[in-house]
Design a protein around this ligand. Structure first.
Ligand code: NAD
Length: 499
């Protein structure tokens, strides 16, 4: 099923905006304050929206101790019982979809329509998907008749640390904690300090659905809160989604402690259009791939590569679609393009475009902040959907992740050239290939250095498939049984059947 499926229910957005949730740590089945606080800001308005716990190593110690105490009981339940409780948690989130969507919109600047139709429904789906997995997970046996019988016990790893980013806050947090809980682990999770609210709300829902201590949410900055989870001796494994820079540090740190870690990192994804593609289908998806969530999805097709024969037609359509995406108030139900997550991030994105232009790039669409915005969001962190061409392969705009509404366009002549350009960055997360030739689709998919390849689609996801990147895009895979395997340790038991 496609991630973007779903209708957008109507909402009285402004009224709901006024009911703010107080963000608190959730440890041992109760809300807790931390030593300090940091301020949370609405990026669409620039206004302060409330304090967030700035957890210290001591707060993490308490959460890990609580998760450790809860582990034996949780791991000792049947998968079916754990699954039933995860379904209860999914029900509780679903029943409160409006408030969750609201909080996600105000924290991140994304359109309320997107939060309501994608972020929160997908979070519910993550919980339900792994609730089902909990009841279906089984292990293998290997027998040699009359000699031996071996079987593999897949035992939960223990307390795991889950650290998530701001771009799809509840969606990515549940993508981690659902399989961890399904597998029988207990969790200490830290959401991004920029978008903490829905995680805090999830903690409270867990208070109704799960035994105390099974899911603990600790808020705060990467350093010290996140780093304390990574280095804590009581944490058996780390699942991390975020930047390559932080992922590299986590990988090094876990490596020193021989602690397993799964790292889902940045992307610089090629969207490759061949002459023989169905251009009508390409046109439907190209701007969506580049600019969904204001270009702040690790899977966004930020490098558009087009074969010479269809270059003009494809680029013309991309420019028109980029210009048609008008930034608006994220709380208005009709808005389809919102604010970036913060003013700092907006300035970083703008800096990349300025440097690219100084390096010779041409701006085909966007390339700055919007000149007009609705009154309420005039001070917001907005940036126009931007298309650039005349970019060299070695430029920062091609080689580095911008993570904003900016895509580059490059022309190629041959399939070999397309593959060379597509593979010519340090990243390897997701590629999208457009061709009506079956043999080319298989050949190019095999040649791309990428954890994920979509053919004639973008972000069409089946939650059972392995999800993750190669090169600087990460280590390990999430999704389906891959995730369940990460959170369990295989133990090989052999019984002598002979004399
Ligand atoms: P980030 O790396 O700055 O932060 C991610 C999380 O790590 C946050 O919760 C942060 O507080 C925490 N953190 C920061 N320093 C830490 C440390 N030293 N120890 C432990 N935790 C620490 O990333 P971000 O800016 O929040 O998110 C954007 C990045 O995430 C982009 O690079 C994007 O590509 C990536 N991302 C990847 C995927 C994927 O599946 N591959 C999905 C979404 C986002």
């Amino acid at each position: 099923m496609a991630d973007h499926a779903g209708t957008i229910p109507k909402t009285n957005s402004k009224a709901e905006a006024n009911t703010r949730h107080e963000v608190r740590n959730w440890i041992g089945g109760e809300a807790r304050v931390a030593a300090g606080t940091i301020e949370n800001t609405d990026p669409a308005t620039g206004a302060a929206i409330g304090p967030v716990p700035d957890s210290a190593p001591d707060d993490v110690d308490v959460a890990v101790a609580t998760a450790t105490a809860a582990f034996e009981g949780w791991a000792g339940l049947s998968g079916e019982d754990r699954g039933a409780m995860l379904h209860d948690l999914a029900d509780a989130v679903e029943a409160d979809l409006d408030r969750f969507a609201h909080a996600e919109c105000v924290d991140s600047g994304k359109p309320i329509a997107v939060a309501r139709s994608i972020d929160i429904p997908r979070s519910v789906r993550n919980l339900r998907f792994f609730a089902a997995a909990a009841s279906q997970y089984a292990s293998e046996s290997h027998d040699v008749p009359r000699q031996m019988l071996g079987y593999t016990l897949r035992q939960p790893k223990g307390v795991v640390g889950a650290i998530s980013p701001w771009n799809l806050p509840l969606y990515l947090l549940t993508w981690k904690i659902a399989p961890a809980l399904a597998a029988g682990c207990t969790v200490v999770a830290k959401p991004s300090e920029l978008t903490p609210t829905t995680a805090s709300m999830l903690g409270e829902k867990a208070g109704e659905a799960l035994p105390p201590g099974v899911l603990n949410i600790v808020h705060g900055r990467g350093e010290p809160a996140g780093a304390s989870i990574v280095t804590h001796p009581g944490v058996a494994a780390i699942t991390f989604t975020g930047s390559t820079k932080v992922g590299r540090w986590i990988g090094e740190t876990c490596g020193r402690d021989l602690k397993p870690c799964s790292l889902e990192l940045g992307g610089k994804n090629p969207f490759v259009v061949f002459d023989d593609a169905d251009i009508a289908k390409v046109s439907e998806h190209i701007a969506r791939a580049a600019f969904s969530n204001q270009g702040q999805i690790c899977l966004c097709g930020s490098r558009v590569l087009v074969q010479a024969g269809v270059y003009d037609a494809v680029v013309e359509r991309l420019i028109a679609d980029a210009k048609a995406l008008v930034p608006g108030d994220p709380l208005e139900p009709e808005t389809r393009f919102g604010a970036l997550v913060s003013h700092d991030h907006r300035d970083k994105v703008a800096g990349y475009v300025e440097r690219a232009v100084a390096d010779g790039a041409r701006v085909l669409a966007g390339g700055g902040v919007p000149e007009t915005l609705p009154d309420r969001v005039r001070q917001g962190a907005f940036y126009l959907p931007t298309v650039l061409n005349h970019v060299r392969q070695d430029c920062a705009i091609i080689q580095e992740e911008v993570f904003g509404p900016v895509c580059t366009v490059q022309k190629f002549e041959t399939e070999a050239e397309a593959i060379e350009l597509a593979n010519g960055t340090p990243y390897g997360l997701a590629a999208s290939v457009w061709t009506e030739s079956l043999t080319r689709a298989h050949r190019v998919s095999a040649a791309l250095e990428s954890g994920i390849v979509w053919v004639n689609c973008w972000m069409l996801r089946d939650l059972r498939t392995p999800f993750g990147g190669v090169k600087q895009s990460g280590v390990g895979r999430e999704g389906g049984w891959e995730a369940m395997r990460f959170f369990t340790e295989p133990k090989s038991v052999t019984i002598n059947l002979g004399e």
